[in-house]
Write a protein that binds this ligand. Structure first.
Ligand code: 5AD
Ligand code: SF4
Length: 473
């Protein structure tokens, strides 16, 4: 049985001391070094990159998007599908040019992809330009690893197998000023048969409620208006803590923090979504009526082969219950097409499920074989072309339903959070509805970071268009 491990505050203090040492060296040399952190994959990875940037910032690095300008490049990788891995390898390979132009440049590759042995071997052999490789479990000691590369001029590979630990006190440099990620737990215990995540991110482990609440309070005090609680499966939050606080309780605690802000969360595993969660979402003023509930497939045989621990009927019953509590619920999902052995008939069950549920948006993927997962050794007789045909059909269905859902907003009034600029002249602002749907607006830049009422004037598959109430008056 996995025992929850923590990295001590002394250890983190030691890492931050190393940041100070590097800072002093940089200061003494009067250099203005720059770093580039390139992130692939999910929000958890975005959150990890904020920690890497936090450390780099403490060391005195500024940031750039230009590979030729960067003194340190960190590529934070994803392993969920082959496509993402290919993109990473292609882009890391292209850094040959920058390293030639700037031989002292340090190139680091971290994240889920390099937590797989065969990938680390590949980088060792075929990508000599890479100086540092570290897995998700070693992120907390990035300063120490980077310093070793700097002083020892040796390649370093830190990708020990581990269950993972909880770390507090790593500095964060957040990406925006309106929306923030807040990790509440790490890892996954579910071992869905297609998925690499449990192998690379370790066992489920929850942060303590007081640490999460302290961070949430800081975010609210700093003016953040949209906080997304993050975890691979947030519904199993707290199961490893033994303090009686479950995910619904945690939402209520965050909701109790005074201030005008929204609480979102992802991802929810249907096997653990409870009536208590839906009731809590409905009752908590600040909790968005938005649920990302990945179904993955519509056929009971495939769900079982995927080790998902629910069937179609249970999933549909949950959706019904959630909508009873929140009639305005925005519901999204993930679907895998072409799981090994999925027949035409089984795929049809995915289509009928989607027609029945009518998701606001769907994230659809073609199955990608992952080394070491149980599905990788299941017979997979269908061709890539067969799978692509199914994928294209599902995309059509998804796009049509999203467009219909968005069309139904036209003429309604919505309270939105204006969260950024778009760079377009006609609709220069972007915003999100309470349920998280994207709205394009025209208005003054000073509105970014505020909640406003808008009338929805148009919509397509991808977004809504609206006008500010004030301008209609
Ligand atoms: N192939 C395709 N899609 C996958 N996902 C996870 N593993 C795989 C895989 N091997 C999808 C699932 C998950 C989302 C984050 O990525 O739908 O919910
Ligand atoms: Fe992967 Fe399943 Fe865990 Fe999600 S719940 S990360 S799909 S194993």
């Amino acid at each position: 049985m996995y025992k929850r491990q923590t990295i001590s505050s002394e250890e983190i203090a030691r890492q931050r001391n190393i940041c100070s040492e590097i800072f002093q060296q940089i200061n003494a040399s009067r250099a203005h070094p720059l770093a580039l952190v390139d992130t692939y994959g999910c929000q958890q990875n975005e959150a990890d990159s904020e920690k890497i940037r936090g450390y780099l910032s403490e060391m005195g690095y500024g940031f750039t998007q230009d590979e030729y300008e960067a003194d340190v490049i960190v590529v934070n990788t994803c392993a969920v599908r082959e496509h993402a891995e290919m993109r990473v390898l292609g882009n890391v390979g292209a850094l040959n040019h920058t390293k030639k132009a700037k031989p002292e440049q340090i190139i680091a590759v971290c994240g889920c992809m390099v937590q797989q042995e065969h990938m680390t071997e590949k980088i060792k052999k075929s990508y000599p330009i890479v100086d540092l490789v570290f897995g998700p479990h070693e992120l907390w000691r990035f300063p120490e690893l980077l310093q070793s590369v700097m002083t020892r001029h040796k390649r370093i590979f830190a990708t020990e197998k581990a269950d993972g630990a909880v770390t507090e006190g790593i500095p964060l440099k957040r990406d925006g000023s309106v929306k923030a990620w807040l990790s509440i737990m790490y890892g996954c215990n579910n071992f869905c048969t297609y998925c690499i995540v449990p192998y690379v991110r370790g066992r489920e482990r929850s942060r303590l409620p007081e640490d999460i609440l302290a961070e949430a309070r800081q975010l609210v005090a700093a003016g953040y208006k949209d906080i997304t609680l993050l975890g691979q499966n947030v519904n199993s939050y707290g199961k490893d803590l033994d303090n009686g606080v479950d995910f619904a309780d945690l939402i209520r605690m965050v909701d109790d923090i005074p201030g005008d802000f929204l609480i979102r969360f992802m991802t929810s595993h249907p096997k653990d979504a409870t009536e208590k969660l839906f009731r809590t979402m409905a009752e908590c003023q600040k909790c968005a009526h938005q649920l990302h509930l990945p179904v993955q497939a519509g056929s009971d045989r495939i769900l079982k082969a995927m080790n998902r621990h629910y069937d179609r009927a249970k999933y549909l019953a949950q959706v019904k219950l959630a909508r009873q509590y929140m009639p305005d619920l925005v519901l999204t999902t993930d679907i895998i097409v072409g799981f090994p052995g999925e027949t035409d008939e089984e795929f049809e069950e995915t289509i009928t499920l989607c027609e029945e549920v009518r998701y606001d948006a769907m994230f659809t993927f073609i199955y990608s074989k992952r080394v070491g997962t149980p599905a990788a050794s299941m017979p997979d007789p269908y061709s890539r072309e067969d799978k692509q045909k199914h994928f294209d059909r599902l995309t059509e269905v998804a796009n049509r339903i999203s467009a219909e859902k968005h069309a139904a907003y036209i003429g309604t009034k919505q309270r939105v959070l204006i969260d950024g600029e778009t760079g377009h002249e006609e609709y220069n602002l972007s915003a999100r509805t309470n349920g998280g749907r994207l709205v394009h607006l025209k208005g003054d830049l000073s509105l970014v970071g505020s909640f406003r009422d808008v009338t929805i004037t148009g919509g397509n598959t991808w977004a809504l268009y609206g006008s500010l109430e004030e301008e209609n008056a």
